[in-house]
Design a protein around this ligand. Structure first.
Ligand SMILES: NC(=O)c1ccc[n+]([C@@H]2O[C@H](COP(=O)([O-])OP(=O)(O)OC[C@H]3O[C@@H](n4cnc5c(N)ncnc54)[C@H](O)[C@@H]3O)[C@@H](O)[C@H]2O)c1
Ligand SMILES: O=C(O)CC[C@@H](O)C(=O)O
Length: 527
């Protein structure tokens, strides 16, 4: 088997390359390339490991014809076009916890740097000015810290601030009252936070809701003399308004680790008194960089070598232990999705996936994704487990998931139902010997068929002589029948015949089969 090939395109702790190699991947470390150089190179790689410098744009993804996974050694993935990656079936992973402590410590360091004006005091002291009277600071003890965003990093900042005897108020619409109590913070609305905080620290992602959360209007609502720290993302604070608020003295100090445009080589804020900044160093400690490098390499290699999915932003997680258990179900689900896709014409506004018995105990999301991939592959080639849910949504298909752990006739079942203009139609499958996918029901008729290779689907009136006629027709056309599966609603009623054949069935043979007496529908199928 050829080894998966990974490119590390940003400066990363060397442990990442070591782990890739140890886990069976070939790895190249090529950093500092231009976008054009990356575009020219990316086609040969299965994996791309990045930090924040590499921009994974649509152009890069268009050229990445072999790419299966992008791994971000860090948290923020705003340098990756995730919708485009999802559309192309590329898994995007990050390492959500590896640098949280480090970044929280940077925020605390900046709070102290602002409270005691350490950078400027250092500069003037080293310039020989001994400015002992020019730097009257403030204590943080007893002050109120306003936390905007109380997730991984925000909650660590809160614990450190409480240790410093600060009072912490937090604005985070997704923070539950119970969690706030657990963290020892007071959950407040943004307006209250702005009015009460002596220090404000931001720890949210940049989203449409958080962009400019410290806007000109909100900065004006803050307490006079507030000090502001942003170690999260540029764009959360209006930089022009911050400059004015610093100049007017309304804001006593501001520290930015992140900027609207990075690298920030020029900014109106540079040189402003009481403004300090660092070049996106929040995650830059030896410990954090080892953590995220090890984690990203382990996650990516696990995916490329074993199929395990951890911390993916566009696909359900799947552990290396779960992967082998789910594998036969995903094969069954994909076949059922494909069958129903091949047998359905016209719009499908809804697909329902019902798992029963042992199947209901499993993680349903990969099974659902496999059904959708099988179904959509009948309409487009560029579909896989990652992009299938997105494509289904794009096509206006509502996807329903139902689980019932009670066993019926089979110890495990997957039922796929599609809603069409003619009503709801279902196909049902099980696993024989826990591993072999079998169709057991087709549009309400009991059958038993392996869905594999080339097949023929025939609906006819149950009448003597039909099987002989179809056998003769195929024989005369040199088509060898592999398996023969029959089912019927009742004696003399509608019957279904599923044949596996050793070679594709030509359109002309399908036409001849359609003209046999009693035949209602004939289709060639392929799996
Ligand atoms: N400076 C750096 O080097 C550095 C390092 C690591 C992380 N970060 C950034 O820090 C940020 C926080 O990281 P994290 O790991 O704590 O993320 P997280 O997802 O654990 O926490 C984010 C929190 O923001 C909250 N939130 C979302 N929308 C909000 C809104 N409209 N108002 C208020 N709160 C809102 C969420 O509920 C969540 O609790 C991310 O943007 C990440 O990219 C920066
Ligand atoms: O890789 C870095 O140095 C920055 C990391 C940080 O912004 C993150 O979102 O994890």
């Amino acid at each position: 088997m050829t080894k998966p090939k990974v490119l590390i395109s940003d400066k990363m702790d060397p442990n990442a390359a070591r782990i890739f190699t140890e886990m069976g991947c070939d790895v190249d470390v090529i950093t500092g390339e231009t976008p054009e150089q990356l575009i020219a190179r990316i086609g040969q790689y299965d994996g791309l490991a990045i930090r924040s410098s590499t921009r994974v744009t649509k152009e890069v993804l268009d050229a990445a014809t072999n790419l299966k996974v992008i791994g971000r050694a860090g948290i923020g993935v705003d340098n990756v076009d995730i919708p485009c990656a999802s559309g192309k079936g590329v898994v995007v992973m990050n390492t959500p916890f590896g640098n949280s402590i480090t970044t929280a410590e940077h925020a605390i360091a900046l709070i102290f740097a602002l409270a005691r004006q350490i950078p400027e005091a250092n500069t003037q002291t080293q310039a020989g000015l001994w400015p002992k009277n020019g730097f009257m600071g403030v204590e943080v003890t007893g002050k109120t810290l306003g936390l905007i965003g109380a997730g991984n990093i925000g909650s660590i900042v809160a614990s450190r601030a409480l240790g410093l005897r600060m009072k912490v108020v937090a604005f985070d619409p997704f923070l539950s009252p119970e969690r706030a109590v657990e963290l020892g913070v007071e959950k407040v609305e943004l307006e209250q936070l702005l009015e009460r905080a002596d220090f404000i620290t931001l720890h949210t992602p940049l989203t449409e809701q958080t962009r400019n959360i410290l806007s000109r209007e909100n900065l004006a609502r803050t307490k006079k003399g507030v000090r502001i720290v942003n170690c999260a993302r540029g764009g959360l604070v209006d930089e022009a308004a911050l400059k004015e608020a610093l100049d007017s003295g309304h804001v006593a100090g501001a520290a930015l680790d992140v900027f609207e445009t990075e690298p920030a080589k020029a900014s109106p804020l540079f040189g402003t008194p009481n403004f300090i900044c660092t070049p996106h160093l929040g995650a830059s400690t030896t410990e954090a960089q080892v953590n995220v490098a090890l984690q990203v390499a382990e996650q990516m290699a696990d995916y490329l070598v074993n199929g395990g999915v951890t911390n993916a932003l566009n696909m359900p997680s799947l552990s290396a232990e779960e992967a082998p258990k789910l594998k036969p179900y995903m094969a069954l689900a994909e076949k059922l999705g494909s069958l129903v896709g091949q047998l359905t014409t016209g719009a499908v506004p809804r697909i329902s996936i019902h798992t029963e018995g042992a199947a209901a105990e499993l993680n349903a999301r990969p099974i659902v994704a496999a059904v959708l991939a099988g179904f959509l592959r009948t309409q487009t080639d560029s579909v896989n487990m990652v992009n299938a849910p997105f494509l289904a949504k794009e096509r206006g298909i509502e996807v329903r998931e139902v689980k019932s752990e009670k066993e019926g006739d089979y110890h495990t079942l997957v039922r796929v139902s599609v809603k069409t203009a003619d009503g709801e139609r279902s196909v049902v499958g099980t696993l024989f010997a826990n591993s072999e996918p079998r169709l057991v029901e087709l549009f309400g008729i009991k059958v038993e068929a392996e869905l594999a290779g080339h097949m023929m689907y025939i609906v006819n009136e149950d009448a003597p002589g039909f099987i002989g006629r179809i056998g003769t027709l195929l024989g005369e056309n040199g088509i060898n029948i592999g398996t023969f599966n029959l089912g019927r609603r009742e004696a003399g009623g509608e019957a279904v015949l599923l044949l596996s054949v050793d070679s594709p069935v030509a359109a002309a043979v399908i036409e001849q089969a359609r003209s046999l007496p009693g035949v209602k529908r004939v289709m060639a199928l392929a799996f």
